[in-house]
Design a protein around this ligand. Structure first.
Ligand code: FAD
Length: 394
């Protein structure tokens, strides 16, 4: 029965960052890392960006084993006993621990009509990337379901690699849930100029197979015939291991500022963790790289006995063909939005406000302003349009 001073469930970006955090404080005690995927920790963002351009797979590995962590890969933890301080994997191996980190991330939401489960690629992992790579080819036609973060990036990646893409989503525009309506509409137009067929306002409601092709049906009665289907319709936090063990969960595992769960000596971090954020004044869950890296590292330090409160407001970024952005805080198009464009929908800043306080900032093709945006979110305000226009130079 392996015993570890530090045991980590989930061998991805957060788990790797935690190994670094532990080793900053404790250079010697054993660390075990259990991961359901067959691969050691790797960077996920290149799966929908760099690997479709000039990056190679050799560049995505995070080199976790070099820090002396023992990796148990291709194994899923199926049980956690918090008082016995042990976990059990799907091969029946029992691991005991002094301190445990849950870095189990999220699993893609699935579509209700995909009964067989093998026709739609829910894009999340390196295996998904490799499966998609095998399907693509000149003149191949793909449907991408979802107009959010993953859908818009995968559409751009497929299109840039010579595939025809039809994008379907129920909202009015690409990224409608986070961007102002004008920007979302401009993105529809921009994607169409890149030869993407953008079917906005189309909810996919069924799927059939016809002559080897996949045929998607929409609620409005449209049919779309394609060679392959990719779905990016969001993730759900992988928190059932924690909830089944009696840890507090609320759409994610609830942690305090030191990333401790409701059970002693058990921590959680990354996409799966719901943490208190002082700048926004509430508990949030963030599904982005900067959060995985910074929070994972803080969790590792805390586990190793170096109190490291996590007060960081993570930033995130995306690339859409030649456009790109960075963003901080709460980007929700239901908030009050103040737009400050240097060039409409090509370069500018969008501020997201609630009750006069800035909760989020979108830096559209504007670089080097993330720290200023964070500082603005930390201020109580209230801010008016007049205060914000020109505040962060585009
Ligand atoms: C295609 C893609 C592109 C992205 N691009 C960006 C970007 O441009 N910018 C950005 O900021 N963010 C991006 N992200 C988000 C970023 O990758 C995530 O925030 C990050 O991966 C979260 O890391 P994590 O370790 O917390 O969770 P995950 O990466 O989800 O990893 C969790 C790991 O735990 C494993 N696991 C789960 N349950 C168990 C169990 N019971 N036993 C063992 N193992 C288990 C899973 O198999 C998985 O390997 C992207 C994500 C994807 C999928």
């Amino acid at each position: 029965m392996p015993h570890y001073r530090y045991l980590i469930v989930g061998a991805s970006m957060t788990g790797d960052a935690a190994v670094h955090g532990i080793r900053e404080v404790d250079p010697a005690e054993p660390i075990g890392l259990i991961g359901a995927e067959p691969h050691p920790p790797y960077n996920r963002p290149p799966l929908s960006k760099g690997l479709w351009k000039d990056q190679s797979i050799e560049q995505i590995w995070r080199g976790t084993a070099k820090l002396g962590a023992e990796l148990h890969l291709g194994r899923r933890v199926i049980q956690l006993d918090k008082s016995g301080k042990l976990v059990v994997d799907d091969r029946g191996t029992v691991y005991t621990f002094d301190r445990l980190l849950l870095a189990t991330g999220g699993r893609p939401r699935r579509l209700p009509f995909d009964h067989e489960g093998d026709r739609i690629l829910y894009f999340r992992s390196l295996d998904d990337y490799q499966r998609l790579r095998e399907l693509v080819g000149a003149g191949r036609r793909f449907a991408v379901i979802g107009g959010g973060f993953i859908g818009s990036e995968i559409t751009a990646a497929l299109s840039m690699n010579g595939n025809q893409v039809v994008m379907l989503f129920p909202d009015e525009g690409i990224g409608s849930r986070v961007f102002p309506a004008g920007l979302a509409q401009a993105l529809n137009q921009y994607y169409r100029e890149k030869s993407v067929e953008v079917l906005a306002g189309e909810l996919v409601s069924g799927m059939t197979i016809r002559g080897g092709k996949t045929v998607l049906a929409t609620k409005r009665g449209r049919e779309v015939e394609v060679d392959g289907v990719v779905a990016g319709i969001g993730i759900q936090p992988e928190d059932h291991l924690a909830s089944a063990a009696g840890l507090r969960t609320e759409d994610g595992i609830v942690v305090d500022e030191f990333l401790r769960t409701s059970a002693p000596e058990i921590y959680a971090a990354g996409d799966v963790a719901r943490f208190p954020n002082p700048a926004l004044g509430e508990r949030i869950r963030v599904e982005h790289e900067d959060n995985a890296n910074t929070m994972g590292q803080a969790a590792g330090r805390n586990m190793a006995g170096q109190p490291t409160p996590y007060h960081h407001l993570p930033f995130f970024y995306s690339d859409l063909f030649e456009l790109g952005y960075e963003a901080v805080g709460d980007l929700d198009s239901r908030l009050t939005m103040i737009e400050d464009w240097k060039e409409p929908h090509r370069e500018g800043v969008v501020y997201y406000l609630r009750d006069g306080r800035v909760r989020g900032v979108l830096l559209w093709n504007v670089w080097g302003q993330v720290d200023h945006a964070r500082a603005l979110i930390a201020q109580p305000g209230p801010f008016s349009r007049h205060d914000l226009i020109g505040r962060l130079p585009a």
